[in-house]
Design a protein around this ligand. Structure first.
Ligand SMILES: [Zn+2]
Length: 249
């Protein structure tokens, strides 16, 4: 913005300040381009977009899709052993933090002259205890607390914008796990083989079942979808047995 001679020094200065602020907001705007539209359902974006950015460094897992990414993040490493260190910490390579429906990843160029990106950090969402916002000087810090009690930190102005995305990704991931478990239960009830697996994994030893009609003692089969009582011919389905034992699982 050129100096506007129709305005006072103060007004010109205010305008310049405004533009500086606008520039500082840039990373945030950049993030929002890659941020899902709604945090309730988190829209995934194309892997190809991320692959172009990190030059194919990410080995995607099955059904993995990115939700959001942020450029120019730096690893933040606490380093208490170095007395001459920078407040007992140092800043590592610059790269992308990528949040997917399965993981949080960090991809960076290892050396100053390196052309290729490498994934130097990755954590499954199930292994994330919590994410929080910290500060380092004037910079913002994303703190990823890992299940085993350790933490990994990344810094960038406004990096905390990723926190709601990560939190939603974690709950969606948990919901998915719940759905898978429900599917497993539905599967159990149609098949004696699966019923056996579930009993084994639940530590339940049960080889016979009393016919609900004549109370005859029946051997539970290892496979198949239905068992007919050898005394009265009444059908017994895996679901009937499952209903009896599920409270012990
Ligand atoms: Zn019977």
């Amino acid at each position: 913005m050129p100096y506007d001679f129709s305005k006072s020094d103060e007004e010109n200065k205010a305008q310049a300040d405004l533009e500086t602020q606008h520039k500082e907001v840039q990373p945030r705007q950049e993030l929002e381009e890659h941020k899902p539209a709604t945090l309730q359902s988190l829209e995934t974006c194309d892997r190809i977009d991320v692959d172009n950015l990190v030059k194919g460094a990410i080995l995607w897992q099955k059904d993995e899709a990115p939700y959001a990414w942020l450029d120019s993040c730096q690893e933040f490493i606490e380093d208490k052993t170095r007395a001459g260190g920078w407040f007992g910490a140092r800043v590592g390579h610059k790269g992308f933090v990528v949040v997917t429906n399965q993981r949080i990843l960090f991809a960076c160029k290892m050396g100053r002259l390196a052309k290729d990106y490498a994934v130097t950090y990755g954590i499954d969402l199930e292994d994330v205890m919590s994410v929080s916002h910290g500060r380092f000087g004037f910079n913002d810090k994303l703190v990823i607390l890992e299940r085993q009690g350790t933490h990994r930190d990344f810094i960038k102005p406004k990096i905390q914008s990723l926190i709601p995305v990560i939190n939603t990704a974690i709950s969606l991931c948990q919901e998915q796990v719940q759905k898978e478990k429900q599917k497993e239960r539905i599967h159990i009830v149609v098949d004696f083989g699966s019923l056996k697996n579930v009993m084994d994994s639940g530590g339940i030893v049960m080889t016979t079942y009393n016919c609900p009609k004549c109370n005859g003692v029946l051997d539970i089969p290892q496979a198949g979808k239905v068992l007919f009582c050898s005394y009265c011919g009444a059908p017994v389905k895996p679901v009937d047995i499952f209903e009896k034992i599920k409270e012990f699982l």
